[in-house]
Design a binder for this molecule. Structure first.
Ligand code: XLS
Ligand code: NI
Ligand code: NI
Length: 439
């Protein structure tokens, strides 16, 4: 392997006393938390797009990132260099998985056939690197939003030719994900949404989106792809109203179109907060419905209303996220993918390393706290007690479906003393803080 990240040493766990910024303080991959190691619980993944292809450009200025692998004139040479850099980077940080969009790994050619050839060349080398390093593909996806052809959406475009094109693109992206042994395949509705209802046939667009997903399910069966299909909800950006608004919206869409048995959710922290939810809320809604599949681990900025995709450093959030993950029995085929980018001012390659260390340590710490919290059963016991009235008498009859309005009226007419007890929110918040600080 060639020269990238030459000044960066391999990153190891040194423990919380370490002052070495190029070391993990909490992420100790082989440390057991319960019956699994940290590595098995957390299943960290690098996002190819932010880490390898992100330039730091924003609406007000050009890219700022210093990336040695971009110093070629031919797009295929850049793609090949990026691939080498990606594996050197993951190896140095001991990141076991990665995720990509088709267009992150290989440039578009003049025709679809040429584009697919470019992909095949990269995939061949990617397979070798995966074999050499043992690094695995957490998920693949298709970028069906960047090119101008997707100006009106992809599977929800008003233009049937675009629908056909995206079908071909996703078919190819599924094939390479399958070929690379990908654990999951993600659908994030890039431009599947609308700007104004003055020009939009929402019903047809939603029906078409469902048809498209059914075609994907059928094709996966045809090629024997056994990875998990995931949908990644997001409420807005790039369109004003994205169809995959949040977990609850997507779940009802899947049910409406008989797709619910084929899809789980890929939940992104920053998308949750854009939808006006907490990260924990989205994870919880998915968990109780049996559709928590994978996580895009990042964080937004509460003062900014867009998808800032920052590296996750908030221990409070990582703790509550890992609490949901543990209650889910783990991430199974999913993982924690750092769909996160360094700030525009953090333009040196080493900043990518600091950023991943920060995210991995924040989740390792969150895992530890969440595990202890769960072991203590302090929240479970409190919640169980809080709902005790449903375990006997009239409450039990409600739960068992034995009473209706008439019986309940009879009961209420005789029961003149309703007694509520405190929800004890502040006491529980104080207990949570104690675990975060002492665990
Ligand atoms: C964008 C999404 C995207 C998906 C993959 O906001 O997070 O990066 O994760 O297409
Ligand atoms: Ni994402
Ligand atoms: Ni995002």
């Amino acid at each position: 392997m060639t020269k990238y990240f030459e000044d960066i040493p391999n990153i190891f766990y040194e423990g919380k006393e370490s002052k070495n910024p190029l070391a993990f303080k909490y992420y100790n991959p082989k440390e057991k938390i319960g019956n699994k190691t940290m590595e098995e619980h957390l299943r960290f993944s690098m996002a190819y797009w932010h880490t390898l292809t992100g330039t730091g450009a924003d609406p007000f200025g050009v890219g700022t990132m210093i990336r040695e692998w971009d110093h070629f004139s031919n797009p295929m040479d850049i793609a090949k260099a990026r691939l080498e850099a990606a594996f050197i980077f993951m190896k140095k940080l001991n990141i076991p998985f990665f995720c990509f969009h088709d267009r992150d790994i290989a440039p578009e050619g003049d025709t679809l056939a040429k584009t697919n050839q470019n992909i095949d060349i990269i995939v061949e080398r990617m397979k070798e690197l995966m074999k050499e390093t043992g690094i695995q593909l957490l998920w693949g996806t298709a970028n069906a939003f960047g090119h101008p052809r997707y100006v009106h959406g992809a599977a929800t475009s008003c233009n049937a030719d675009v629908f056909a094109y995206v079908a071909a693109q996703v078919k190819k992206a599924m094939e390479i994900t399958h070929e690379l042994g990908g654990k999951n395949y993600v659908f994030w509705g890039g431009r599947e949404g609308y700007e104004t209802l003055l020009n939009t046939n929402m019903k047809l667009e939603l029906d078409n989106l469902a048809k498209f997903l059914h075609m994907a399910v059928d094709y996966a069966k045809e090629i024997g792809f056994e990875g998990q299909f995931l949908i990644e909800p997001k409420p807005k950006e790039p369109t004003k109203h994205q169809y995959d608004f949040d977990v609850a919206t997507v779940f009802s869409f899947l049910k409406e179109y008989d797709l619910d048995s084929y899809f789980k959710m890929n939940i992104e922290a920053n998308h949750a907060t854009l939808a006006g939810h907490t990260f924990q809320h989205e994870l919880h809604v998915a968990r109780i419905n049996g559709i928590l599949g994978s996580v895009d681990a990042n964080q937004g900025d509460p003062l900014l209303g867009w998808d800032t995709d920052q590296f996750p450093t908030n221990i409070y959030d990582t703790t509550l996220a890992m609490y949901e993950v543990l209650k889910n029995g783990g991430l199974h085929q999913g993982g924690l993918n750092f769909d996160a980018k360094v700030r525009r001012g953090s333009f040196e390659p080493v900043d990518l390393v600091y950023a991943h260390i920060a995210g991995m340590d924040a989740f390792a710490r969150g895992l530890k706290v969440a595990y202890q919290l769960l072991e203590s059963q302090v929240l479970e016991n409190f919640i169980e007690k809080r709902y005790e009235s449903y375990t006997y008498g009239i409450g039990k009859e409600i739960v068992e479906g034995k009473v209706g309005f008439k019986e309940l009226e009879e009961y209420a007419l005789q029961n003149n003393k309703i007694v509520n007890v405190s929800g004890r929110q502040e006491m529980l918040e104080s207990i949570l803080n104690q675990y975060i600080l002492e665990a």
